[in-house]
Write a protein that binds this ligand. Sequence first.
Ligand SMILES: [Zn+2]
Length: 448
Amino acid sequence: MKRIIICFSFLLLVFVLKAQTHEHEICGYQHEVEKLLKKQPNFLTWQNALFEQAMLEYNDMQGAKRKIIPDTQYYQIPVVFHVLYNNSNENINESYIQSQLNELNLAFRKLTADTLRIRAIFKPIAADVRIQFVLATKDPNGNPTNGITRTQTFKTTFATSIYGEYNDDMKWTNNGGKDAWNPARYLNIWTCNMRYPNQVSMTLGFATPPTGAPNWWGNVTKDSTDVESGVVLHYSIVGRNNPLAIANNVEAKTGIHEVGHYLGLRHIWGDGQGNNGCNVDDGIFDTPNAKDKNYSCSKSNPPNTCIDATNDLPDQTENYMDYALDGCAAMFTKQQAFLMRYVLNNFRTGLPYREITFDTTYDQTKIEMFPNPATEKKDVKLQISTLEKATFHVLVIDMNGKQVLSFDVMSNEVASIDISGFARSVYYVIISDADKKIVDRKPLVIFQ
Ligand SMILES: [Zn+2]
């Protein structure tokens, strides 16, 4: 009996030490997969099939020398943030949500200044994913909304145990959370307290992988908990430079990482661990093989945890799907971009993304906008060069589609865009002709 008590005490000590010394759990994706496997034992088989199919299509497109991601297609995903709070800190300010959305949009358009971190070997494969996120303007009943719900909860935390599984109470009104808005039409992001009970550490975020493509039904039960689809973020890491943020989590990168999972991506090390790590891949060929997660991105001694026989590359610690997030992450690869767009086209097809196509009449038209990104509050110049003189209408909108400026400009003349009232964000400059046909839509990035 005594021995049992000693063993138990020892275990308890190890457990407490681990809880005290270990970092936060950056991402709870694996727990989500484990939960999913209980309901859909064939999930991983189908997920692997998804990656194989997507990569085959990617190679076909490359073989045919077609553009991997046609320039004319952008996808827009409406987002709703469900803010759950037990105290006023958790009732996060709208500015953090706007900031998180900014950072998501900068990341998915490869426009963030953090791209300077990308090493030369990976620069050619860093992708503009051409997916953007906007706060929903209509709720599921068609009523106007700012895309944010706020719910006071009796729950002091939504985490149930340390590093273990947790439930999805935040997604259910009856359990102290907030029911999802139709997940087929919105990306639901819940923000709440994910601190482990009576601990200082927490899970920073997690996301549900896409399930239930139409061709899965042969062997896989339809996921009845589809309403749990979405992303969950610990409240204090939402947005850039959130003053409540825990150390080293000020760049809003966890939110980007989790949306990557939501759109189908796996961790770049493939979630294999230990000696087997180099034999488990993430199903994406342009992310170098890695043995395990990296928590940092040393410039002087960059990790290379798997030596490949051909084309050996170091671990891609710049990737949003590694664990070296804030301070390191700055890119998705071209194949990751393809996979996420493939998921939108094949799985999350109900999201009312909008494909924007441009009039090809103006293919020869040259549109210049400078400086862009704008790093100072000086006017941005815009010039539309055409063979024949024509009048164009210019509309500047913010990320939520709200008009901030509109004017007409003659071709071959230089127009000035006064950005003194613009915030640090991505804006869109939409140029249309006299027949109101869209000629082009260019992002204008304001860094100041
Ligand atoms: Zn993750």
